[in-house]
Write a protein of this length. Structure first.
Length: 657
C-alpha cells in the first residue's frame, strides 16, 4: 500500500433533497432524527445495538452479553441469547397476517405463483422435516445450487429452521466451483434442480452437480435433493439422489425451530479473493438478522403496503439479505424473478413494475446501464407511478446513469438509495436514508447510525475531507463477517491487517469524503492506478467515460508502463456499432480528449478498446481481473465458465490497441 492518499478527481455538485412528502412519512424523518440516533450510538455504543436487538428480534432466551471483544477481531454479539432466523421470518407473522402475500414469483415465461405467509411457513416446515429425515442436523453444511424460485428461499429457510448452515452457490457457476465449495465447507447434502430457465433457455443444474461429485473429494455428500423445475433429462444415482416432491411426501406441516446461540453460523457464502481461491465468508444468526431488519426499515423505509423487488439472485449476499431474510422478517410482499431483464424483450423490468405495482425497486448499476443501452425511453411507455423509492447495489453508480434512473425511472420524485456494503458486512453500511439525506449522483453519502466509517491513510490516521484514502470501519458491528470458514488467519490478514495495527476493518475500497462529509467510493484498492505517481480511482475514470453521450458502458484497468509506471487502459461499449479502422481511431481520440477535459490529462486512457459488451458474470459483475490480463497481453488461465459470453474475451484481445 502506498503512503500517498488516493486522489479524487471527480467533481459532482448536483444535489437532490428528499421530497417533503416522503420526509413526512419516513421511518427516520429529517436530519435531526438521524443525528439523534448517531449521538445515541456515540454515547453508548453497545447499549444502542442492544436496544435495537431487543426491539426488533424475537429471542427464545434473551441475551445478557452484548459485545465481546476479548478475542478481537473475532468479535461476538449477543452471544448468550438464543434465537432462530426462520422463526423470526415466518412464525412471527402467523398470528398477525397469515393471509398476506409473502412472495410473488414470476417465472421466466411470465407464469405467476403467489404464496402467503401461512403457506410459506408450511412449505418451510415440510422441507425442514424432509431434511431431518435424511439425517441433516444442527451445524451440518448444506449446499444450495438452485434457480431463482420460491423453492430456493424455502430451502434456505428450512436449513435455518433446523440449525443447518447453508451455502448457496450461484446457478451460473461451474461444476468445478460447486466441487470446491463442497470440499471447503464439508457439505453433507446438495439441494439442486434438474434445470433452470433463463431467457427462454433451459440450463442444466443437476448435471453440473453430478460433474462436481465426479471430480472427487466430495465424499461428505450423503444426499442430493432435486427439485423438478422443467422435467428435463437427468442422470440418477439411487444411492444419494432424491426428488424434492418425494422427500416432502407425508412430511408434517409443523416443525419446531432449532433454537441456536446468536453466534451460531447462519450461512457461509463464498466470495472471490485476490488469490483466486474463494473465501467462505461466515455470518452469524442474531447480528446478521438484526441488520437485515434495520436496513429494510431504515434504508428502504419499509411500510406494510409496499411491494418490494430486489432483482439479485439468492446466490449473492444481496439475495440473502434482501430476498431471503430481510423482506420476510419485516413481513413484506416481495417479487422473486427467475428470468433476465431482456427476455422476451427489453421492457421486462418496466412491465413487471407496472403489473405488480412495485413500490421499492433495488437493482445493480450494471443492469441500469444495460437498460439505458437497450432503450433509454422505454420506461416512459409504462405506468411506473407505484414506485416511491429506488436503490442501487453492487458497485458505485456513475452520475449519468444515476440521473437517468432518477428522471426516467423515478419520474424525479423517488429518492435513490445508493448503498455501499459487501458480502462481509452483511447489510448496508453507507447509504442515504431516503427521508434524511440530500443525495448527490454517484455518492453513497453517509454511514448508517452505529456504523463508524472513516477514511484513513496507510498508517491508520484519518485523512482530511477532500482527500482520498482507505475506507475502514473503526468499531465492530452486529452483522459483520465472523471469520473465513476454516481459515481464521486469512480472515485476520484480509480484513484486520497489521498495516492498521489490526484495529480497523479494512473494506478493500478506496474512498474520498467531500467537504459535506459525503463518502464517494473510488474503486477497489487493487483497482487503484498509480500513473506518474498519481493514485487514481478507476471508478472516476469510468464515470467520466460513461458521461460521454456515445458511451454505454466502460471498465478501466491498469497495465504496466515504462514511462508512467501504470497506464490507463479502458474497455468501452458504445451506444452504436463497434467501430473499426479510421473511425475507431477517431473515437479513441475523441474519448481521450473527453477524459482529459472531464478529469485532467493525467487520467487520459493510453489504450481504448471497443467491444460489443464487457466480460461479465451471469449476475452482471464485470470481471476486471480478466480485463487486467488482456490489458497486459497475458494468457487467460482463470476459469471463465461463469461468464455470460466468454467469446467477448477474444474480441477484446483482437480490438484496437
Amino acid at each position: 500500500m502506498s503512503t500517498q492518499t488516493i486522489e479524487s478527481v471527480l467533481n459532482e455538485t448536483r444535489t437532490f433533497a428528499p421530497p417533503a412528502g416522503f420526509v413526512k412519512q419516513a421511518n427516520i424523518a429529517g436530519m435531526a432524527a438521524y443525528d439523534a440516533l448517531c449521538a445515541e450510538a456515540e454515547r453508548d455504543f453497545t447499549g444502542f445495538w442492544a436496544r435495537l436487538a431487543r426491539e426488533h428480534l424475537l429471542w427464545q432466551r434473551p441475551f445478557t452479553q452484548i459485545l465481546d471483544e476479548s478475542n478481537a477481531p473475532f468479535f461476538q454479539w449477543f452471544a448468550d441469547g438464543r434465537i432462530n432466523a426462520s422463526y423470526n421470518c415466518l412464525d412471527r407473522h402467523l398470528q398477525t397476517q397469515p393471509e398476506k402475500t409473502a412472495i410473488i414469483f414470476e417465472a421466466d415465461d411470465g407464469q405467476l405463483t403467489k404464496i402467503n405467509y401461512r403457506d410459506l411457513y408450511t412449505r418451510v416446515c415440510e422441507m425442514a422435516n424432509g431434511l431431518k429425515s435424511r439425517g441433516i442436523k444442527k451445524g451440518d453444511r448444506v449446499l444450495i445450487y438452485m434457480p431463482m424460485s420460491i423453492e430456493a428461499v424455502v430451502a434456505m429457510q428450512a436449513c435455518a429452521r433446523i440449525g443447518a448452515i447453508h451455502s448457496v452457490v450461484f446457478g451460473g457457476f461451474s461444476a468445478k466451483s460447486v466441487q470446491e465449495r463442497i470440499i471447503d465447507a464439508g457439505a453433507v447434502a446438495v439441494l439442486t434442480a434438474d434445470e433452470q430457465m433463463r431467457g427462454g433457455r433451459a440450463i442444466p443444474l443437476k448435471t453440473a452437480v453430478d460433474e462436481a461429485l465426479a471430480l472427487g473429494g466430495c465424499e461428505s455428500i450423503k444426499t442430493v435433493v432435486v427439485y423438478k423445475r422443467t422435467g428435463g433429462p437427468v442422470q440418477w444415482n439411487a444411492k444419494h439422489d432424491v426428488w424434492l416432491h418425494d422427500l416432502l411426501q407425508g412430511q408434517s406441516a409443523a416443525c419446531e425451530p432449532e433454537w441456536v446461540e446468536a453466534e451460531h453460523p447462519l450461512f457461509i457464502l463464498y466470495t472471490s479473493g485476490s488469490t483466486g481461491k474463494p473465501k467462505g465468508v461466515q455470518h452469524s444468526t442474531g447480528g446478521y438478522l438484526l441488520h437485515s431488519i434495520l436496513t429494510m426499515k431504515w434504508t428502504f423505509d419499509y411500510k406494510d403496503s409496499d411491494v418490494f423487488w430486489c432483482t439479485a439472485d439468492v446466490g449473492w449476499v444481496t439475495g440473502h439479505t434482501y430476498v431471503c431474510y430481510g423482506p420476510l422478517a419485516v413481513g413484506a410482499t416481495e417479487i422473486i424473478f427467475e428470468g433476465v431483464p431482456t427476455y422476451p424483450d427489453s421492457t421486462r423490468f418496466w412491465r413487471m413494475i407496472q403489473d405488480h405495482k412495485v413500490s421499492i425497486f433495488y437493482t445493480a448499476p450494471t443492469a441500469i446501464r444495460s437498460l439505458i443501452k437497450l432503450g433509454a425511453d422505454l420506461p416512459k411507455q409504462f405506468d411506473l407511478s407505484s414506485l416511491r423509492l429506488l436503490g442501487t447495489v453492487g458497485e458505485p453508480i456513475n452520475p449519468e446513469a444515476w440521473m437517468w434512473y432518477h428522471e426516467t425511472v423515478g419520474g424525479s420524485r423517488c429518492p435513490i438509495v445508493d448503498t455501499w456494503w459487501q458480502t462481509e458486512t452483511g447489510g448496508h453500511m453507507i447509504t442515504p436514508l431516503p427521508g434524511v439525506v440530500s443525495t448527490k449522483p454517484g455518492s453513497c453519502t453517509l454511514p448508517l447510525p452505529g456504523i463508524m466509517a472513516a477514511i484513513v491513510d496507510e498508517a491508520g490516521h484519518d485523512v482530511e475531507k477532500g482527500k482520498g484514502g482507505f475506507l475502514v470501519i473503526k468499531r465492530p458491528w452486529p452483522s459483520m463477517i465472523r471469520t473465513i470458514w476454516g481459515d481464521p488467519e486469512r480472515f485476520k490478514k484480509s480484513y484486520y491487517p497489521e498495516d492498521f495495527q489490526g484495529k480497523y476493518y479494512l473494506a478493500g475500497d478506496g474512498a474520498n469524503r467531500d467537504l459535506d462529509g459525503y463518502f464517494w467510493i473510488m474503486g477497489r484498492i487493487d483497482d487503484v492506478l498509480n500513473v506518474s505517481g498519481h493514485r487514481l480511482g478507476t471508478m472516476e475514470i469510468e464515470s467520466a467515460l460513461v458521461a460521454n453521450p456515445i458511451v454505454a458502458e466502460a471498465a478501466v484497468v491498469g497495465r504496466p508502463d515504462d514511462l508512467t509506471g501504470e497506464a490507463v487502459c479502458a474497455f468501452v461499449v458504445l451506444k452504436q456499432a463497434r467501430p473499426s479502422g479510421d473511425e475507431a481511431k477517431k473515437i479513441v481520440k475523441l474519448l481521450q480528449d473527453w477524459v482529459a477535459k472531464e478529469i485532467g490529462a493525467i487520467a487520459k486512457p493510453k489504450d481504448i478498446r471497443f467491444g460489443d459488451n464487457l466480460p461479465k458474470t451471469r449476475s452482471g459483475k464485470i470481471m476486471r481481473r480478466l480485463l487486467r490480463s488482456i490489458a497486459k497481453g497475458e494468457e487467460i488461465t482463470q476459469d471463465v465458465s461463469t461468464l455470460e459470453n466468454p467469446a467477448i474475451l477474444d474480441q477484446l484481445k483482437d480490438s484496437l490497441r
